[in-house]
Write a protein that binds this ligand. Structure first.
Ligand code: KG4
Ligand code: ZN
Length: 357
């Protein structure tokens, strides 16, 4: 039996400090030996969002014991580690620098290769952990930091089909929640409140609904909600607004996912059509069931990985490390942190004023 690679993954791009050890089975399926995630929700709650300096400080305080715990829980020893993979971007530069520097120093001290990982590549490949999923597949990533449709054709072969041109979907949920007086991160509460409200009470905008392909935009929704909340008095009105927001998001995702399906089919000649939904917002039950129904209508297989694998974690970073290790794709120790690192380097930068769709 040949020795299977043992990879340490480190993730500190935003507000989760995470480390993981993974390897693979005899049949080549990647398996997690340990995955430690420390969330900073309590640190940022009173500020209503992630504060970069506080996040970086918290990463510095925890990274050492989180990596040690990941190694201990894996049942393996430091000496058995074959390579160290750290997230190098995109993300908050002060946060990225913590995990990146730690990973480089760790690799150098072990005299083992270092691998710089794109966080989005981690999300894109995470459905392959513990499974035998084959390329190509379509990923919708809907989290607090990203909203993208990605055509995943192989290791290093990603085509971004669409992205948000302003806020991420999770951010839109959290901002709506904040306007309704709910603590950060309020996204999950919106789903609960929406159940008690009338989804047709408020007519909210659907930015770039009729243009921009499967690109997304949510900032206009937030502005409309801000105006409405100024005149809201009762709890029932709050429930109605939450329900109207939830319904509007579902309508946007339904239409944009259909467009993404057509684009995916144009780029891949495959009979097996697979749609993976990842990111924290994928745990929204109504969005989930709407997308499952859409997949049935469109003969797509739908995959919703377990939430601890599709929200931020280090196993997905180690997973990319494992694939790159097998292809000897290593990085030098002067690899920079890249706060705006696009996965598909040919994709246009689509954020800010003056974006042409
Ligand atoms: O992927 P994730 O766990 O972490 C990062 O973005 O880093 O996503 C978190 C986001 C938050 O914005 C949160 O409010 C949102 O996912 N979220 C939800 C639900 N659960 C989490 N949004 C809507 N409905 C939910 N049930
Ligand atoms: Zn993420």
């Amino acid at each position: 039996m040949s020795k299977k690679p043992l990879i340490l993954g480190i993730e500190t791009s935003c507000d989760e400090t995470a480390a993981s050890i993974i390897t693979e089975n005899e049949d080549g399926t990647p398996i997690i030996l340990s995955s430690i995630i420390s969330s900073q929700v309590e640190v940022h709650k009173k500020f209503g969002g992630v504060v970069p300096e506080l996040a970086a400080r918290s990463h510095i305080e925890k990274i050492d014991w989180i990596v040690q715990k990941a190694i201990k829980d894996s049942g393996r020893t430091i000496k058995e580690i074959d390579a160290v993979a750290s997230t190098a971007g995109p993300g908050l530069i002060v946060c990225l620098s913590v995990g990146l520097s730690f990973g480089k120093a760790f690799a150098a001290s072990l005299d083992k290769p270092f691998i710089a990982v794109n966080h989005l590549e981690g999300h894109a490949l995470s459905p392959k952990i513990n499974s035998t999923l084959n390329y190509p597949y379509l990923v919708l990533l809907i989290s607090g930091g990203h909203s993208q449709f990605l055509n995943v054709q192989g290791l290093g072969k990603y085509k971004r089909l669409g992205t948000t041109i302003d806020d991420a979907l999770g951010e839109a949920f959290d901002k709506t929640a904040k306007l309704l007086g709910i603590e950060f991160p309020g996204g999950p509460q919106i789903e609960i409140m929406a159940k008690k409200g009338d989804p047709n009470k408020y007519n909210l905008p659907k930015p770039i609904f009729h243009k921009g392909g499967c690109n997304l935009s949510f900032a206009g929704l937030k502005t409309a909600i801000l105006k409405i909340t100024k005149n809201i008095k009762t709890d029932q009105e709050k429930f109605d607004l939450a329900a109207s927001f939830q319904k509007t998001v579902e309508e946007i995702l339904y239409k944009k996912t259909k467009i993404a399906f057509r684009n995916f089919e144009k780029q891949n000649k495959t009979d097996k059509k697979i749609f993976v939904v990842a990111g924290g917002v994928a745990s929204n039950k109504k969005i989930r069931s709407m997308l499952i129904n859409l997949c049935k209508e469109e003969s797509y297989q739908s995959i919703f990985p377990p939430i601890d694998l599709c929200s931020d974690n280090a196993a997905m970073i180690a997973m990319v490390g494992l694939e790159k290790f097998k292809k000897k794709q290593f990085n030098n120790l002067d690899h920079p942190a890249k706060p705006r690192w696009q996965l598909d380097e040919n994709a246009a930068f689509l954020k800010g004023a003056g974006v042409q769709l």
